[in-house]
Design a protein around this ligand. Structure first.
Ligand SMILES: Cc1cc2nc3c(=O)[nH]c(=O)nc-3n(C[C@H](O)[C@H](O)[C@H](O)COP(=O)(O)OP(=O)(O)OC[C@H]3O[C@@H](n4cnc5c(N)ncnc54)[C@H](O)[C@@H]3O)c2cc1C
Length: 455
């Protein structure tokens, strides 16, 4: 079987190794000068390559596409990923939150192991080689239009899923690829593993998604996810660099709760970031323009930060009364150190309308109540995201309804497979996104090497 893999990232390399181990003749086409450019910067250069938790935890961390991923994640789970890399000689360690890293803390070790295995298996690697087009031909007699097929699929999919039958209608079959110099490379199977459009400097330019679209697939609207959020309050820059641990946040649109969570966050020059906010962003990003930029016209969401989630209002009020009494003639700003990091104190006092220089014993009940409210609900107005340049992941991609979840095969073009972030799936941080890349790459490589007849 002659298989071409477009994209030498995590998913593409896993697909290529898997297919080559099954005896296929495999080539990878990568537009960058090296393989795994995005993989290199993952986990701040340490590569959080999976999460040592069970399948249900993985699926719970998937924001879009959990049902679709059930099959591939069951077949190739976190334990399989760890075995795979350990067998390639990459020693692994598990850290807080079950995050798995190479013991060396170097993502380059993960890339090197994959490259070594690709070379050992005789996979041909073409670097600096952008693929421009998928070559397909119509299958005569089965010529349904995409619209017809999509409508039919929607109705039939549910029924067929339960009977275990595969959808058989295709509008074409793959014959190969065209490169940027115009040359054609013919093949039996093609695996598209071109990633999303976040961190464009790593090669994520959306060209793969455009090719998928031109071959008849639907690409859903793309949004930046796991991305810092911007806020409307101009004074936010005063807090830039300050991080908060053990806070809870609530994001709402009017009365509707969009996200609730607990953890660590930090302030940036234009807004908020950190693990808790990145997770939150995956649930709110679709409220903003994909370009991410906020502004007067942008939708506004309310971010409420509970700075003291461990204390209910009554307990916190009692503590404030006690501390104000004990501090007596001290300025109120000097008694807040036990409650807040120093950088937050002037902003919180200002928001509560309590003069920072006021003596603790002069703080009246109304001011104390305002302080209590601000500590329990420090509110900001989210007006956008930092966009794809700073997004860890792309939300959106090739529509999952057009892909067989067990094999990652296109339902529209025979012999075409998808793997990784180019598909409309996304997950939270913690190694879950790379696990999607490994598992879908494995499924695609396996199916491409074993499914159907040689063309
Ligand atoms: C800063 C950062 C940190 C991250 N950290 C983690 C982490 O620690 N853990 C985790 O689980 N996830 C992490 N992620 C997410 C993770 O990197 C992605 O989910 C994963 O890389 C997706 O793999 P992929 O193979 O689908 O896409 P990619 O890794 O983006 O690979 C796609 C490849 O295709 C190539 N390509 C695209 N178009 C063409 C074309 N037309 N012709 C030829 N080649 C093409 C690109 O150059 C690229 O090399 C992080 C992401 C970022 C940006």
């Amino acid at each position: 079987m002659k298989i071409l893999v477009i994209g030498g990232g995590a998913a593409g390399m896993m697909a290529a190794v898997t297919a080559a181990r099954l005896g296929s003749e495999v080539s990878i086409y990568e537009q960058n000068e090296k393989l795994g450019k995005k993989l290199f910067i993952t986990g701040k250069g340490r590569c959080n390559l999976t999460n040592a938790s069970d399948r249900d935890t993985h699926l719970a961390a998937v924001v879009s596409g959990a049902r679709f991923l059930y099959s591939s994640q069951t077949r190739f789970d976190a334990a399989a990923t760890m075995d795979f890399f350990e067998q390639l000689g990459v020693s692994l360690k598990t850290e807080r939150g079950q995050r798995v890293f190479p013991t060396s803390d170097h993502s380059s070790d993960v890339i090197r192991a994959l490259e070594y295995e690709l070379k050992r298996l005789g996979v041909r690697i073409f670097l600096n080689t952008p693929v421009k087009e998928l070559l397909t031909e119509e299958i005569s007699g089965e010529g349904l239009t995409v619209e017809e097929l999509t409508q039919e699929d929607a109705a039939k999919e549910e029924k067929k899923k339960s009977s275990g039958k595969k959808l058989s209608k295709c509008i074409g079959k793959i014959t190969g690829i065209r490169l940027s110099d115009g040359s054609k490379v013919m093949a039996d199977k093609v695996i598209l593993a071109t990633g999303g459009i976040s961190y464009p400097l790593t090669g994520a330019d959306g060209s793969g998604l455009a090719m998928a679209e031109r071959s008849g697939h639907t690409v859903t609207k793309l949004y930046p996810a796991l991305v810092p959020l911007t806020v409307a309050e101009p004074w936010i820059s005063q807090l830039a660099g300050l991080s908060l641990r053990n806070v809870s946040v609530l994001i709402r649109e009017g009365k509707k709760k969009l996200y609730e969570g607990f953890g660590e966050m930090l302030f940036t020059h234009r807004g908020v970031s950190g693990p808790l906010i990145l997770s939150a962003s995956s649930y709110v990003t679709t409220h903003f323009e994909p370009s991410g930029k906020g502004g007067d016209q942008a939708e506004k969401l309310l971010l409420q930060i509970d700075l003291k989630p461990g204390l209910d209002e009554e307990t916190l009020d009692k503590r404030l009364i006690r501390e104000l009494e004990e501090a007596k003639t001290k300025q109120v700003k000097n008694m807040m150190g036990s409650l807040l990091p120093s950088g937050m104190i002037p902003v919180v006092l200002d928001m509560a309308g309590v003069p920072a220089e006021e003596k603790a014993c002069d703080v009246n009940k109304q001011q104390r109540r305002a302080l209590l409210q601000t500590l329990k609900s420090f509110s900001l107005t989210i007006n956008g995201t930092e966009g794809f340049d700073q997004a860890i992941i792309t939300k959106g991609g090739v529509k999952t309804g057009q892909i067989d979840p067990a094999t990652m095969a296109s339902k529209l073009v025979k012999g075409l497979y998808f793997a990784g972030e180019c598909v409309d799936v996304d997950a939270l941080t913690g190694g879950f996104n790379l696990q999607i890349a490994w598992a879908s790459g494995f499924a695609a490589g396996n199916a491409a090497a074993t499914e159907g007849e040689k063309i």
